[in-house]
Design a protein around this ligand. Structure first.
Ligand SMILES: Cc1cc2nc3c(=O)[nH]c(=O)nc-3n(C[C@H](O)[C@H](O)[C@H](O)COP(=O)(O)O)c2cc1C
Ligand SMILES: CC(C)CC(=O)C(=O)O
Length: 395
């Protein structure tokens, strides 16, 4: 795909025609094209514990999706859209598309090749990726699989400061070019399905590759994790998350890395202002895909006020509910510079491994490209508030 310039001006049309031509030979796409059907099939394929873990809180997730339906695109006509520009620059990094893979931990519960399959698919489609601290493969292995693909590292801020510094150092050495600190998961939310299933993958040793391979983590143990995994898992659960974290501690990170620091999980404009005050380099507006606070506002509903508060001082990214090309258009029109794709690529991984992730990415990018053109835009930079109308019912 890389050689074929996936983001060429005619990308959407090329992909669409490729599928139709295969149809002439009696072939149909093996993976569902609609995200809803994709989810249904993936959930049916996974063990109940794994699909329960993917799910999160139903009501917040529903709010995330409904928020997209309240904003609607008003297509414009005859504006010369034969060439489309989908690339963007964030913190001096060139993104070929305004889409990154969201950090999603413990992918070994979804597919045996886990993050390596995802990294290869990111490479073949040229879509940047954000690797979770809780990945099932070490950040070094994933970097190797990703090749020259743009990659950022997501940090869960542990109680052990030396471990945080070590993760950041390793990420720098392995070519990750930004640190994404997740703020909304200083504790795990009340996840009804996981509690019903009495299931937490970390306790089974899943998603701990970065910890078990870390020199600081290993030094804290009397025996290496290979010899005494139970004690290593216990130590992990002791230090993994840090609910005592406050804004002031972000300066520790600043002292330990020259990489840009991006805060993930901002929903209130005052927190966005605080991020600016602390000299942070970027913000990801997100409610963690509706996995942390039941009844929290939809991430998309939080976006406009944060865009206003930040006033273009740092880039704003968005996730939680991106399913189609039109969702990307809506988030960009409301002021995000790029979006993160979460569960849809995991559904592809569940069904067809690396190929499944690649297909999901190709489909959403083709959809974005065509929807952009048909809405009357030749560049994502042209999207703004005038692209949309809000159909929120008046109460
Ligand atoms: C199974 C699962 C694991 C996740 N793990 C992480 C993680 O390790 N770090 C993180 O910052 N976010 C994590 N997230 C949240 C995603 O990065 C992202 O915010 C969310 O999936 C976006 O919503 P969407 O899935 O509706 O697109 C996880 C989400 C899921 C579904
Ligand atoms: C707690 C993490 C390791 C994974 C996560 O962010 C999630 O399950 O939502």
């Amino acid at each position: 795909m890389k050689d074929e310039q996936p983001i060429s001006p005619a990308y959407g049309l090329t992909r669409q025609m490729q599928v139709y031509l295969q149809g002439l030979q009696g072939q149909r796409p093996s993976l569902p094209v609609s995200p809803e059907a994709l989810e249904r099939q993936a959930v049916a394929r996974l063990k109940p514990e794994a699909s329960g873990y993917l799910a999160g809180m139903d009501d917040t997730m529903r709010s995330n999706l409904e928020a997209f339906h309240r904003w609607q695109i008003v297509p414009r006509m005859l504006r010369g859209v034969s060439q489309r520009q989908l690339s963007t620059t964030i913190l001096q990094m060139q993104l070929p598309v305004p889409l990154l893979l969201a950090p999603i931990g413990v992918q070994s519960i979804i597919h045996p090749e886990a993050e390596l399959a995802v990294a290869r698919a990111a490479h073949s489609t040229n879509v940047p990726l954000i690797l979770s601290t809780a990945s099932s493969r070490s950040l070094e292995e994933v970097a190797q699989a990703a090749g020259d693909t743009l990659r950022w590292f997501q940090l869960y801020w542990s109680k052990n400061p030396d471990l945080n510094a070590s993760f950041v150092r390793r990420a720098e050495q392995s070519g990750y070019s930004a640190i994404v600190v997740t703020l909304d998961t200083l504790l795990l939310g009340w996840r009804e399905q996981d509690i019903q299933n009495a299931y937490l993958p970390f306790l089974l040793g899943e998603g701990l590759a970065n910890y078990f391979s870390d020199p600081v983590f290993r030094q804290a143990l009397a025996q290496p994790p290979e010899k005494d995994p139970a004690t290593a898992v216990r130590y992990f659960t002791d230090i993994f998350l840090n609910p005592a974290l406050t804004w002031e501690q972000l300066s520790f990170l600043r002292q330990h890395t020259s990489l840009p620091i991006i805060l993930k999980g901002i929903l209130h404009p005052d927190d966005a202002r605080k991020a600016l005050e602390m000299g942070m380099d970027g913000i990801i507006v997100s409610n963690h895909g509706g996995r942390q606070v039941a009844g929290s506002l939809a991430a998309l509903d939080a976006l406009p006020a944060i865009v206003e508060a930040v006033n273009k001082q740092v880039p704003i990214l968005f996730d939680s509910g991106i399913r189609r090309g039109s969702d990307i258009i809506k988030a960009l029109a409301l002021g995000a510079q790029a979006v993160l794709l979460g569960r849809p690529y995991i559904w592809g991984l569940a069904l067809e491994g690396e190929q499944g992730v690649q297909t999901v990415l190709e489909n959403i990018l083709a959809d974005l490209d065509l929807s952009l053109a048909l809405s009357g835009y030749s560049s994502i930079a042209q999207l703004d508030a005038s692209t949309l109308v809000n159909t929120r019912p008046v109460r």
